[in-house]
Design a protein around this ligand. Structure first.
Ligand code: GCW
Length: 689
């Protein structure tokens, strides 16, 4: 049934008998403190009740009254804000909480879940339920605070219901130019998101339509916000910079024109009237044809600050005022490849570095993880190491735009970790990306994570059951980026598929092998993914070059790669702090997996690691990657009967497609470079079909 997908990892499946020992300690009563029906604490009570019913088959009552005492004589699960608890019992220590944090204490048959705010209380309830669902009834005393305040997802949904780069059907939010009537799916999405501690959703495409700001649509957005509020998930929207002109009928959208300012103030006021806890705005300006402040010779900071001022006029509810997420994805898409020094990768630092310190304090610059665009491997965006007085967030993609569009299993956290754990060595000091975006490294008050998810009405949310591990892990990492990708995966697998050892083994093996395999059968050594440039699906190596988009490979008969050195190339390597720049400037210290990102070499160049030539590595990697992908479907076959047929078959179908498509990739890429270079495969595989 649809429930298999819709509940994601929140299945609350009945716990097997052999895991139920100690389950008697789960208290017979839930107390949800100080709540109204729209409060996340109320939701927490309901969720605990439903979870315990599903997992243990036990009916538990909910009360909203304080017990006269809270101890082991009157066992209960008590959930609420720390403030409410303290007002009654006056004993919880509040000092170590940060916004959205929670404290979970399980002591025998007494469970106490206290949030720094209502949202935190709900997070604590989900944490407890996750333990119980995994058969863990041990005592815990866990204080958990988020690493970063901004833990948002972005949806690229359009008013007509289509979704840019969405692979799971039309929008759950909009259709036919308006918010949908039935918002059940929106509540269900908010439920999943709150269980992974996501605190806001930007509900519409960054390529934004001004019509979101009509009175009818503001009301529609208000209804969406109402549907998400019980889960502590706030709503934000993407704005079109030219709205004062296109929607407002003014003759300008110059951000320094006071009448433009007033127009945005007014729209912002109307939004806050309807959505008093609105999370903020997301803005894509002067990028890929979108309007922006550069049209009027104003800076990108001038543009961002106009929205920041409008948002600041509206209080600081819940310790979080409105935020402007301003995208750093600004580049010229008409650059000329005959210029050896032209480089799209340089754009973000070129556009933003000199603006450091000029942004209002409620602006966060949202930076894609790599300098180009969500490729299978990219070096860390150097912009993270060039803004010290500006809050930043990292933009990740859960929707697999270049990474197989959910038709391939690609478990992404290992890729994300190459960036989050990367040490940029600013001032020769430890400067991990995750500590920069959390605000820690440069003492910023804001910062965090934006994940482009693009769920749709498909009952699997993302179009693939397996892809949901990426959404799960995204939320967990945004809360604690030090988590281990495999551990998160195992947790997700247990919650999603249960306790069968062979299921756990297969899901883990397939998922952990998937990103390296995908890299192997697509683009190697940092050359980018080599997708078709329009659909971003499937191979098209011939189309990478000779266009203005700048995702170039510079492949010719002799060699391949972008020379991004300072000494002889585009200078991109010089955008990193000296210690890192030195590594990439020198071909002998550049890691093999980024060789062609930073250097242009002959196909016969020998790799440091394997000693293979570049071209032979291409051949070998593609065969190895496709071979690994063949094993996925076979491994899955062995799980028949270990889960419902519906999910088993759905996943098997996709893995078979992936097996076939990985061969399409292998042959297209190896054949192309074989033809171009004229260099045979030393083992004779390529070009002999
Ligand atoms: O990679 C490009 C995508 C566009 C997307 C853009 C962006 C929403 O092809 O579809 O637009 O990135 O991130 O703004």
């Amino acid at each position: 049934s649809a429930e298999n997908g819709l509940n994601g990892w929140l299945r609350y499946a009945s716990l097997p008998d052999n895991l139920r020992h100690r389950s008697a300690s789960v208290p017979p009563m839930i107390v949800a403190l100080n709540t109204t029906e729209t409060s996340p604490v109320y939701t927490a009570g309901k969720e605990l009740q439903a979870g315990i019913k599903g997992i243990l088959g036990r009916s538990v009552d909910i009360s909203h009254d304080f017990p006269s005492s809270h101890n082991s004589e009157s066992p209960c699960i008590l959930v609420g804000t720390a403030a409410a608890y303290n007002a009654k019992y006056g004993s919880a220590n509040l000092t170590s909480f940060t916004t959205d944090g929670f404290w979970l204490s399980v002591k025998g048959n007494n469970v106490l879940i206290l949030g720094q705010n209502e949202r935190g209380a709900l997070y604590g309830a989900f944490e407890y339920l996750s333990m119980v669902a995994q058969g863990n009834f041990s005592d815990v005393n866990l204080l958990s605070n988020p690493d970063a305040p901004v833990r948002w997802v972005n949806q690229w949904d359009n008013l007509d219901g289509s979704i840019e780069r969405g692979y799971a059907g039309p929008s759950i939010f909009f259709s036919n130019g308006a918010a949908v009537d039935d918002l059940t799916r929106v509540s269900q999405y908010a439920r999943l998101l709150s269980s992974i501690r996501i605190n806001a959703v930007i509900v519409n495409n960054v390529n934004a339509n001004a019509s979101f700001l009509t009175p009818a649509n503001i009301n529609g957005l208000g209804r969406i916000a109402d549907a998400m509020r019980p889960y502590g998930v706030r709503l934000g929207i993407s704005l079109n910079f030219a709205s004062p002109q296109t929607l407002g009928g003014m003759n300008t959208f110059d951000p320094l024109d006071p009448t433009v300012d007033a127009w945005w103030d007014n729209k912002t006021d109307l939004l806050y009237q309807r959505i008093p806890d609105m999370a903020g705005y997301l803005v894509k300006a002067n990028s890929e044809g979108q309007p922006g402040p550069l049209t009027y010779n104003r800076t990108l900071a001038d543009g961002a600050n106009m929205f920041a001022r409008a948002l600041k006029r509206h209080g600081n509810r819940d310790g979080n005022g409105g935020i402007v997420m301003f995208r750093a994805f600004v580049y010229n898409n008409h650059i000329n490849e005959t210029d050896w020094k032209a480089d799209r990768a340089n754009a973000a630092v070129d556009f933003f570095k000199h603006l450091d310190g000029q942004f209002e304090d409620n602006v966060v610059v949202q930076i894609k993880y790599g300098p180009i665009d969500f490729q299978v491997r990219e070096p860390t965006s150097p912009l993270f190491a060039n803004l010290f007085n500006t809050s930043t967030a990292i933009e990740l993609q859960i929707t697999q735009e270049y990474l197989g569009q959910q038709a391939h299993v690609v478990y992404l956290p290992p890729l994300w970790k190459t960036v989050l754990d990367f040490d940029l060595r600013v001032d020769s000091k430890p400067s991990l990306v995750r500590d920069i975006v959390s605000g820690q490294r440069f003492s910023r008050g804001l910062g965090g994570y934006a994940g482009v998810v693009n769920v749709g009405t498909n009952t699997t949310w993302l179009g693939s059951h397996m892809a949901m591990s990426n959404l799960y892990a995204y939320g967990r990492l945004a809360w604690d980026p030090a988590l281990d990708p495999q551990k998160m995966l195992e947790e997700w697998t247990r919650l999603t598929f249960g306790f069968d050892r062979s299921v756990m083994d297969a899901v883990t093996k397939i998922s952990m092998a998937s990103w390296p395999a995908y890299e192997n059968y697509t683009g190697n050594l940092g050359i980018q993914t080599l997708n078709d440039p329009l659909t971003h699906f499937g191979p098209n190596p011939a189309a990478q070059d000779n266009n203005g988009w700048g995702q170039w490979t510079r492949a010719d008969r002799q060699g391949i790669g972008m020379d991004r050195t300072v000494s002889n190339g585009t200078g991109f390597a010089g955008q990193y702090p000296p210690e890192v720049a030195k590594v990439y400037e020198n071909i002998d210290s550049t890691p093999d997996d980024l060789l062609l990102w930073f250097h242009h070499v002959n196909y016969t160049y020998h790799l440091r690691g394997s000693g293979e030539t570049v071209i032979q590595h291409f051949y070998n990697a593609h065969y190895a990657g496709a071979e690994t992908a063949q094993t996925f479907a076979t491994q899955w076959e062995s799980l028949r009967g270990k889960m419902d047929d519906e999910r088993f078959n759905d996943i098997l179908f996709k893995l078979k497609f992936q097996a076939g498509h990985s061969i399409v990739w292998r042959d297209a890429i190896t054949g192309f470079y074989h033809n171009l270079s004229g260099i045979p495969d030393s083992t004779g595989r390529v070009g002999h079909h």
